[in-house]
Design a protein around this ligand. Structure first.
Ligand SMILES: C[C@@H]1N[C@H](CNC(=O)c2cc3ccccc3[nH]2)[C@@H](O)[C@H](O)[C@@H]1O
Length: 439
């Protein structure tokens, strides 16, 4: 019998995180839109590395922030824009330059499947207000302009064809087509963006059309929800759950409600006792940054290490790709997705469907950490030895027989006082993370 949610916080609080999201562990975030045309941002910091003040916002590494970065009227993006497009070139003109002429959604979905992802989250409307779906509330959308396609619908169909879950991102409180005072600090961002009741209704109406048209498995709201629309939320969220019973929402509704909490790069905190999700770009940006240098893009080994440490601590990893305006995925991003998929094909038994172990992760050095997961009565020991070709670690309190999941891993396991010593002589193809099943 399908549960019916009332539009009250009490009823919503009965919603449980669905098994598919607990089991899925790995998703692909996609930031694609008008900002993918200029595809420019300075390569400065990861979010959380420096305070979110004027220095961050006028040197914003997020290429999807291009509109605000030029709107502040100074800084690297402003200088780039004047030099490349001219002082009078309006951001809105990118709407007719974005053609997505090489886009093949089925190809994208096949790549995400090969990457071992279980779900996908696509931007439907980022802070610039341009919609990737035929919204009935604005013509500033990809059906009327640029690609002249229902990007959201076409990708949703392709993703579901590959039996992956489709999630939708919506920029709830920031929409520069309603209010575009330059943003130079978090106060502007989280509290005073788009301050009208008209915008609150707009956000509510667009969210309803996204739910009714696409029934997304994830409703990923960003930054916050219009304060003038907070009283709409219980109805919106109960409508969402009554439409998508095993749907999930994140914690970016002004901390009023969530299924899972979020971290972004170095920003935010997570606790093992509740479900959380880590999101980040491959480099310092979510939107494609054509200027990005290889040294700023996460290594394959560090991406897998992040997945392992996130999952072992009760999280999911939502790893972003920033496609080019023409619809192709940059090779350096594709390479990382395929390598993660390769690692998961060999070691995924310790990841998919696993649960957080009562054993906390152990940090021996900055390079050597051991994580634990549990699944179907088995304990998995995941030895992460960043950058080392061999390692020997003693894990206390373990006993029994440990088998490497990767047959190419050459390791010796010996019982020592009250624990097991793992001597890994060769990590095989497992990118310096060797996984053992303890029977
Ligand atoms: C995915 C990413 N989100 C950014 C806004 N970030 C937040 O609102 C935010 C970060 C964060 C970290 C920990 C807890 C809450 C948070 N909210 C956006 O400004 C970026 O363009 C991008 O879309």
């Amino acid at each position: 019998m399908k549960k019916r949610y009332a539009s009250t916080w009490e009823s919503l609080k009965e919603h449980q995180v669905p098994k598919w999201y607990e089991d899925g562990k790995f998703g692909i975030f996609i930031h694609w839109g008008l900002y993918s045309v200029p595809a420019f941002a300075p390569q400065t910091w990861e979010l959380g590395e420096v305070p979110p003040d004027e220095t961050w916002f006028s040197n914003n590494p997020y290429a999807e922030w291009y509109y605000n970065s030029i709107n502040v009227g100074y800084g690297p993006s402003y200088d780039y824009h004047v030099q490349k497009y001219g002082k009078d070139f309006k951001y809105e003109q990118f709407a007719d330059m974005w053609k997505a002429e090489k886009w093949n959604p089925a190809e994208w979905a096949r790549l995400f499947k090969k990457a071992g992802a279980e779900y996908v989250v696509l931007t439907t409307k980022h802070h610039d207000g341009f919609c990737l779906f035929p919204s009935e509330y604005t013509d500033y959308n990809a059906w009327r302009r640029g690609p002249q396609r229902d990007i959201v619908g076409d990708l949703t169909d392709a993703v579901r064809e590959e039996k992956l879950r489709m999630g939708l991102y919506y920029s709830g409180i920031v929409d520069w087509t309603f209010a575009d005072d330059p943003i130079l600090n978090n106060e502007d961002l989280f509290h005073t963006a788009s301050p009208t009741f008209a915008y609150a209704d707009y956000a509510y109406n667009q969210s309803m059309e996204l739910i009714d048209r696409y029934a997304p498995s994830v409703f990923w709201n960003d930054i916050g929800w219009p304060r003038q629309g907070e009283q709409n939320l219980p109805y919106l969220l109960s409508h969402y759950y009554n439409t998508v019973e095993d749907g999930v929402v994140n914690d970016r509704f002004n901390d009023l409600f969530h299924d899972f909490t979020t971290k972004e790069y170095q920003s935010g905190s997570a606790n093992r006792r509740e479900k959380w999700e880590m999101c980040r770009g491959m480099g310092l940006s979510f939107g494609y940054n054509a200027m990005e240098s290889d040294d700023k893009i996460i290594s394959i080994e560090d991406a897998i290490s992040l997945l392992v440490s996130t999952v072992a601590n009760n999280g999911n990893l939502l790893l972003n790709i920033g496609p080019r305006a023409d619809g192709t995925i940059p090779e350096e991003q594709e390479k990382r997705l395929l390598a993660i998929g390769e690692w998961l094909r060999v070691n995924g038994e310790a990841i998919y469907g696993s649960r957080c172990s009562s054993r906390e992760s152990i940090k021996y050095t900055d390079q050597i950490q051991v994580h634990f997961t549990e699944r179907e009565g088995a304990l998995y020991v995941l030895i992460d030895a960043k950058g080392r070709s061999q390692v020997a670690v003693t894990v206390p309190g373990l006993r029994g027989n440990a088998i490497p999941l990767d047959p190419e891993v050459d390791a010796e396991i010996t019982a020592v006082d009250g624990g097991l010593c793992f001597t890994v002589k060769n990590f095989g193809s497992s990118q310096n993370i060797a996984v053992f099943r303890l029977n």
